[in-house]
Design a protein around this ligand. Structure first.
Ligand code: DWN
Ligand code: SAH
Length: 415
């Protein structure tokens, strides 16, 4: 069984019968299940992409979920090092960790979801005994080729016990864009308690729910993202396990994320005013009210209509249209909006292993960004709007020769 359908009213984190569905994006293939030409004739696995809000513990979660081992495996499509902006971002994070978090060189450092080593490689420069945990074997192997210490398993309580037996306690557990990928966050919190030193810190960065709602970024919703976090909901979750958020920091990457810093309840670290401030902002924005999510869902449908209208208008004018970036988010946009080869000729992408494959569900050929400007498409729809600045800067030639980009965030428009 790959698709686990919950009792639709029961919250996966607090077990209360308080889960309210607010948005149904329909049947969806796995976001990163890019297809070979031979696979195009096969029936693709799909699941129902529906999101709910728990009125008791305030967490936003997928209602049906696909098992993690169907998503994270030996052929995982996403390599974090595809973006130079992200590389700089992780260099800054590693530097901050070194100056503000580390306190004992003999204690270990654990990165959950270390992928191809983009952050781990920077942390090892500062700390001994730095361990990456990465279940997707192909990206883990890319990290090991750089000499990094990576365990290719899911981070769970049994691995936490093994780590605590083999290594000194952790002064830091860090995970970027991975917390929302872990279905059982109660077990995750228990595992943090197992590996962390009494004064140890955990840091997580994930897409931020308020940004998703403000930007109408419904494309952040897909199989790998089981949860969409507010500080309000995370605080409730961690408090249940004797853990405390002591600082939060909004960051710009991936279209607007939140970095959270936490520790054990008993830690000497004081709680920064940023936590109280963010909780007040969330309260003011109605993060605890179902009505806010219903408004968001309505706007998502309007967003789809205006994007489809814009792309059809350009097509009817005889323009050539392509997609730029075969991202996970792209799979959601293309399937939800019914955009296929009738509209987009190709999707350009800089990840070598995605080139030559086809987009899940919509079967658009993925080709190398090397030929993007020389192919001279009229319009390129950006399917990784979070990397817009980086993409626009590197594709100057395309714009110089009259090409135009299209985005749907926060509304469908030519840029
Ligand atoms: O949370 C997740 C984030 C961190 O990464 C994962 N669940 C999966 C993945 O999401 P995504 O696929 O939506 O990631 P990105 O980083 O928004 O998409 C990157 C895609 O864009 C890659 O396929 C590479 C491509 N790209 C490109 O072709 N040229 C990216 C850049 C920056 C470029 O210049
Ligand atoms: N940290 C990287 C990668 C994010 S993609 C970045 O910010 O760019 C999410 C990664 O988490 C994938 O590489 C996936 O294989 C990994 N992952 C998913 N579930 C995990 C788990 N339970 N434990 C550790 N890693 C996990």
């Amino acid at each position: 069984m790959n698709e686990i359908s919950l009792n639709k009213k029961i919250c996966r984190l607090c077990d209360a019968p308080s889960l309210q569905s607010f948005l149904d994006l329909g049947r969806m293939p796995i976001a990163n299940a890019f297809l070979t030409s031979e696979q195009l004739k096969d029936t693709e696995f799909t699941f129902n992409l529906e999101v709910g809000f728990c009125e008791k513990c305030f967490i936003v979660q997928l209602i049906d979920m696909v098992e993690p081992n169907k998503l994270f495996h030996e052929n995982y499509a996403y390599f974090s090092s595809i973006s130079s902006v992200m590389d700089n971002h992780f260099a800054d994070l590693a530097n901050e960790i070194n100056t503000e978090i580390f306190y004992d060189p003999t204690l270990s450092v654990i990165e959950i979801g270390s992928n191809d080593g983009i952050l781990l490689s920077k942390l090892t420069g500062y700390a001994l005994n730095t361990i990456g945990i990465e279940p997707s074997a192909n990206v883990a192997s890319a990290a090991r080729k750089q000499g990094l210490n990576v365990i290719s398993r899911f981070f769970d309580s049994s691995l936490a016990v093994e780590l605590s037996e083999k290594y000194n306690a952790a002064q830091l557990v860090v995970g970027t864009n991975v917390l929302c990928h872990i279905p059982d966050l109660n077990e995750l919190a228990k595992s943090l308690n197992i590996v962390l030193d009494d004064e140890g810190v955990f840091i997580f960065e994930d897409p931020y729910l308020l940004e998703i709602m403000h930007k109408l970024a419904y494309d952040q919703i897909y199989d790998e993202h089981y949860y969409y976090f507010s500080v309000t909901a995370l605080q409730v979750l961690f408090a249940r396990h004797g853990l405390r958020l002591f600082k939060v920091e909004p960051i710009s990457v991936h279209g607007g994320s939140m970095r959270i810093y936490g520790c054990k309840l008993s830690s000497k670290r004081s709680t920064d005013e940023s936590v109280v401030r963010q909780l007040a902002i969330e309260d003011e924005q109605g993060i605890s009210n179902l009505s806010s999510y219903l408004v968001f869902a309505d706007k998502v449908q309007q967003s789809r209509s205006s994007l489809v209208e814009l792309l059809h208008k350009l097509k009817d004018e005889g323009k050539s249209l392509v997609g730029y970036a075969a991202s996970s988010k792209g799979t959601v946009i293309l399937n939800y909006c019914g955009i296929n080869t009738d509209i987009l000729d190709y999707v350009y992408d800089n990840t070598p292993s995605k080139q030559g494959l086809y987009t899940p569900g919509t079967h658009i050929p993925i080709v190398s960004t090397d030929n993007f400007s020389s192919d001279k498409p009229d319009y390129a729809f950006i399917l990784a709007w979070n990397h817009m600045e980086e993409i626009v800067a590197k594709e100057e030639e395309f714009r110089n020769q009259g090409g135009k980009f299209v985005t749907h965030i926060p509304e469908a428009r030519v840029v």
